[in-house]
Design a binder for this molecule. Structure first.
Ligand SMILES: NC(=O)c1ccc[n+]([C@@H]2O[C@H](COP(=O)([O-])OP(=O)(O)OC[C@H]3O[C@@H](n4cnc5c(N)ncnc54)[C@H](O)[C@@H]3O)[C@@H](O)[C@H]2O)c1
Length: 315
């Protein structure tokens, strides 16, 4: 019988990529998502395996996990657009912290779960100029990073009290098709596809480690298959950082046209780190994983991809 996998947030940007990846390996995928940011059509499951549930609703989460009895649970449901979390700190804490507790507690009760993966973020790291390894002390700068650091602590406590193998993935900056939030790359994609050749952007100097969602999905699959026991934290990034200017240059190369940039004051973030780079040595040593997608290859496909309409008030 195919192994059952439940993915919370599986109608989202990264959740749908990993759902597709695991489905291709023969697993039976179930998705739990409230569709607040995600899109039903992105979740590659039939209706009977799609559960529209808010993870803040403890009873519904418990009932769903008891009914599905999954062997693996990948918990990706969260709010993560940083300006949204800053504007709605109580909601962000409720979903990212309490929602995670509900999912983990349900996994502890049902008895079938043998492995849990919890999505965290590079935003748990403090400002630093070097590549971040998992041993680097944490120090989030914002509400989002703080909620995710709490998520990690609850995941570690869960692993200790249940003995269930638990992996935390600290995701760096994902890019690829079906982006659900107006991050930098889909914003440039939107402006370029609308015919703009003068881009209106915010801070230009910050560098980020952009990793394609397909590489992320492969990394998660590899970690789930690595036979890990206990509690482990892994960075999931590409190990290369690009500034906003360099991302625009990659768009120029793929378009074959020059792009000008105008800095728009209202887009400039007041608190901004200049670097956020992953040391992915631990991930590579544990799994043999290697990224396949370069920034240019990823951007080339985005120029032909339709964009999703953003949901919620950040639209
Ligand atoms: N995109 C990135 O670059 C990035 C970087 C670091 C970490 N992450 C983490 O990766 C995970 C997935 O992010 P994503 O980029 O795919 O974002 P996303 O918004 O596309 O995915 C999150 C999904 O969770 C669902 N969700 C939100 N609140 C919910 C609730 N209360 N109940 C049930 N479902 C709910 C949304 O509808 C959405 O489908 C998140 O945990 C996020 O914090 C993402």
């Amino acid at each position: 019988m195919a192994e059952r996998v439940l993915i919370t947030g599986g109608a989202g940007f990264i959740g749908s990529a990993v759902a597709n990846r695991l489905a291709a390996t023969g697993k039976e995928i179930w998705v739990l998502d409230d569709l607040s940011f995600g899109v039903r059509e992105l979740a590659p499951v039939p209706d009977e395996r799609f559960l529209r549930i808010d993870i803040r609703d403890q009873r519904s989460v418990e009932d769903a996990i008891a009914r599905i009895a999954p062997a693996q649970v990948l918990h990706l449901a969260a709010v993560h657009f940083i300006p949204y979390c800053n504007a709605h700190p109580v909601e962000a804490a409720d979903i990212n912290i309490n929602g995670t507790i509900h999912v983990l507690d349900a996994c502890a009760i049902v008895g079938d779960v043998r492995q849990v993966f919890v999505a965290s973020t590079a935003a748990v790291y403090p400002i630093a100029n070097e590549a971040m390894s998992e041993e680097h002390p944490t120090g989030p700068l914002d509400i989002y990073g703080t909620t995710k650091l709490a998520t990690e602590r609850f995941a570690s406590d869960f692993a200790l009290r249940t003995g269930i193998a638990t992996i935390v993935g600290r995701f760096f900056n994902a890019f690829g098709p079906n982006e659900t939030n107006p991050h930098l790359i889909p914003e440039i994609q939107r402006q370029v596809r609308a015919g703009q050749r003068v881009l209106r952007l915010g801070n230009l100097e910050p560098k980020r480690d952009f990793i394609h969602t397909s590489d992320m999905a492969n990394a998660m699959d590899a970690l789930l298959g690595a036979g890990l026991r206990g509690y482990h934290v892994f960075n999931i990034g590409r190990g290369i950082e690009y500034s906003v200017r360099e991302v625009v240059e990659a768009f120029e190369r793929q378009l074959g046209e020059p792009l000008r940039i105008e800095v728009e004051e209202k887009r400039v973030r007041k608190v901004e780190r200049l670097h956020l780079l992953a040391d992915v040595g631990k991930l590579k040593r544990a799994t043999g994983w290697e990224p396949q997608w370069s920034i240019d290859e990823g951007i080339a496909t985005l120029l032909n991809e339709p964009l999703l309409a953003w949901k919620g008030e950040h639209a």
